[in-house]
Design a protein around this ligand. Structure first.
Ligand SMILES: CC(=O)N[C@H]1[C@@H](OP(=O)(O)OP(=O)(O)OC[C@H]2O[C@@H](n3ccc(=O)[nH]c3=O)[C@H](O)[C@@H]2O)O[C@H](CO)[C@@H](O)[C@@H]1O[C@H](C)C(=O)N[C@@H](C)C(=O)N[C@H](CCC(=O)O)C(=O)O
Ligand SMILES: Nc1ncnc2c1ncn2[C@@H]1O[C@H](COP(=O)(O)OP(=O)(O)OP(=O)(O)O)[C@@H](O)[C@H]1O
Length: 486
């Protein structure tokens, strides 16, 4: 691609200077010096761990012909074109978009952000539009889809080059719709810069990711930036039962819509009856039975309904499809034992999600059944969640087993100790520490009696345990089924 076309999405005021010849044909783009080959454009990004500007010389050695940077750098190589921009993280999204033919402009792209519910909402939207007969794609934590073709996901929101490559695949495969999760990390690192969104959904904001954002205020600011940057042609759909729902709408140019179970809103729902296999609900005056448990899932379904309406779909058709949808992988997945107890595998790994999923279990628990919770916290991530999650688990369960969940580079025992620090001696009587997760699940199954529910929280769809940088195969569902002989 010609260099002028490659940088055509970057506003001229965002380009500080161009040194060297402008008439260059670029053969590829990357921000990783290790991927450079002859004729590439290398975009130097200041990383969290290292600075891409330190790899410019290496990129040139490997054949880079264009260097895009935002810090002072050695520009003495006369066979290279140096483009200094104001913000390389912002520029790379626009460059990636141009390189792949601006795919987001050819799709109805909807982004979902919030602490919990992103995967569920984005996946259900994708399922609805596939069931309605459209070509559609999905970018999510669990899996990426281009129509029915599956691609493994490495991030909740991929880096700008992979992201635009996926969107281009969707365009090529004839998709009209694309649904994606937008993580706060991605907004902060500008991975979504240059994308043209048709809509943005906000689910909720509760404590998470403080290891990265530092404070809740900065976490909120990151989420809000997504809505602040939506164009007037897009819609925003926010949950106004969350105290930050209206905050998200403050500075946006986009058309504003709201959803709620409790107050006045454009899209309203009400729970009629809760049971173990689903919930009877009313959406905008229409009753239907859905195969989801938990009020939090009614919020997710309402967001899906609202977004589908805003995308122009027929109300009746959407309601019919909603009643056929099933739970997303690793979200409230139930396994019944032959002895009459139930195990639930759920991805709840924030205090709020844990409270919600335990609340949902209590709502449908049949007479006398006890709740046994197996839960851990991830290593090298927000440590302040640990005592809170232990406390919430103990408060809402009859028995808790504290265990390991992706310890990464921390000692599993010390993570469990941080959880225990949240419990007083009385609460401690309900808790047991079994660091070995398989052993913890086995012990919960031995404790369980008919009518009891075991919640195995935190890993959901994940099929690994991340220990010291190595992902060892570990699948909560598989383990439970083996133990129960299913
Ligand atoms: C903390 C974080 O978000 N890090 C992300 C960030 O990495 P980084 O800034 O640390 O990159 P780096 O390794 O320091 O490198 C800086 C630059 O130098 C370049 N480099 C580096 C080495 C070299 O030899 N040559 C070279 O050119 C790199 O390619 C990069 O451009 O940018 C990378 C490229 O986009 C991401 O892959 C990486 O995600 C890491 C792996 C990660 O685990 N991120 C998680 C926390 C994350 O983003 N999670 C959210 C979801 C959270 C949730 O809701 O649960 C997500 O969207 O997935
Ligand atoms: N709307 C919601 N409100 C609160 N909790 C929810 C909601 N939806 C799902 N949850 C809980 O959060 C867990 C994670 O759900 P989901 O994967 O949809 O969220 P997410 O935002 O994609 O999370 P992550 O970014 O960490 O992948 C679920 O297993 C459930 O326990």
């Amino acid at each position: 691609m010609e260099l002028q076309a490659l940088i055509s999405n970057i506003k001229s005021e965002d380009i500080v200077e161009i040194l060297g010849i402008k008439d260059v044909n670029v053969t590829g783009i990357t921000s990783d010096s290790r991927k450079v080959t002859t004729g590439y454009a290398f975009i130097a990004l200041k990383g969290v761990q290292v600075d891409g500007h330190d790899f410019i010389a290496k990129a040139i050695e490997l054949g880079a012909k264009v260097i895009i940077h935002d810090e002072d750098t050695d520009t003495s190589n006369s066979s290279v074109t140096y483009i200094k921009v104001k913000d390389a993280a912002d520029a790379i999204g626009k460059i990636a978009s141009a390189w792949y033919g601006n795919p987001s402009q050819k799709l109805n792209l909807v982004g979902v952000t919030g602490t919990n519910g992103k995967t569920t909402t984005a996946t259900l939207l994708y399922n609805v539009f596939r069931k309605l007969g459209y070509g559609a794609g999905l970018l999510s934590t669990v899996c990426n889809y281009v129509n029915d073709d599956q691609f493994p996901a490495t991030h909740t929101t991929p880096d700008p080059i992979s992201l635009n490559e996926f969107l281009a695949k969707m365009v090529e495969a004839g998709c009209e719709y694309a649904f994606m999760e937008v993580s706060s990390h991605a907004i902060h690192q500008k991975r979504i810069s240059g994308l043209e969104f048709k809509g943005g959904i906000f689910s909720n904001l509760t404590q998470d990711h403080l290891d990265y954002h530092g404070t809740m205020q900065d976490y909120l600011k990151a989420k809000k930036a997504f809505f602040d940057n939506l164009p007037a042609t897009a819609f925003t759909l926010t949950n106004v039962d969350d105290k930050n729902g209206l905050v998200m709408l403050q500075n946006t140019k986009a058309k504003k819509y709201t959803y709620s179970l409790r107050t006045l809103a454009d899209f309203k729902a009400r729970v009629i009856e809760k049971h173990f296999d689903g919930t009877a609900i009313e959406i905008n005056g229409r009753e239907l039975e859905v195969q989801f448990v938990g009020v939090f899932n009614v919020y997710n379904l309402l967001a899906v309904y609202g977004a589908s309406v805003l995308l122009g779909e027929d109300l009746e058709k959407i309601l019919i499809v909603l009643s056929t949808l099933k739970s997303v992988a690793g979200r409230f997945e139930t396994i019944r034992s032959k002895d009459g107890f139930t195990a639930i595998v759920d991805y709840a790994h924030t205090p709020d999600a844990l409270v919600n999923v335990l609340g949902a279990i209590h709502d449908v628990l049949e007479g006398g059944g006890r709740v046994i919770t197996v839960v851990g916290c991830g290593g090298n991530r927000d440590k302040t969640k640990r005592p809170i999650m232990a406390r919430e688990a103990v408060t809402l369960s009859d028995q808790v087993i504290l265990t390991s969940d992706n310890p990464r580079f921390e000692e599993p025992q010390s993570i469990v100790d941080d959880m225990v620090a949240g419990l007083d001696p009385v609460q401690m009587k309900k808790a047991l520490c079994i660091v070995d997760r398989e052993q913890a699940i086995k012990t919960a199954c031995t404790f369980a009696k008919p009518g009891d529910v075991i919640l195995i929280a935190g890993k959901g769809h994940e099929d690994y345990q991340d220990v010291k940088g190595v992902k060892h195969h570990f699948d909560d569902k598989e383990i439970v089924k083996n133990i129960l002989g299913l």
